[in-house]
Design a protein around this ligand. Structure first.
Ligand SMILES: [Zn+2]
Length: 79
């Protein structure tokens, strides 16, 4: 029996999501949390409103965050 599992693969690529590089430019390379300049190497995308709380994947809901802040945020159970 043959699988067709690879067919959908390319549909997911960046559709509707701002590339990290463009987010970096849009937010002037500044971390939304600590306000420091973030190098693209350590920049991450963060959801203002988590998708688990009904936040969307749209660009408006995304912000630039440095890797460290993102880790701290992930470790905390934010109220
Ligand atoms: Zn930061």
């Amino acid at each position: 029996m043959r699988n067709r599992r690879n067919i959908k693969r390319y549909r997911y690529s960046n559709k509707g999501k701002i590339p990290l590089r463009e987010l970096h430019i849009r937010d002037n390379g500044v971390c939304a949390k600590c306000g420091d300049f973030v190098h693209l190497d350590v920049a991450t995308r963060d959801h203002r409103v988590p998708t688990s709380r009904g936040g969307s994947n749209k660009n408006k809901n995304l912000q630039l965050m440095c890797f460290i802040c993102n880790q701290l945020k992930a470790n905390k159970l934010v109220a």
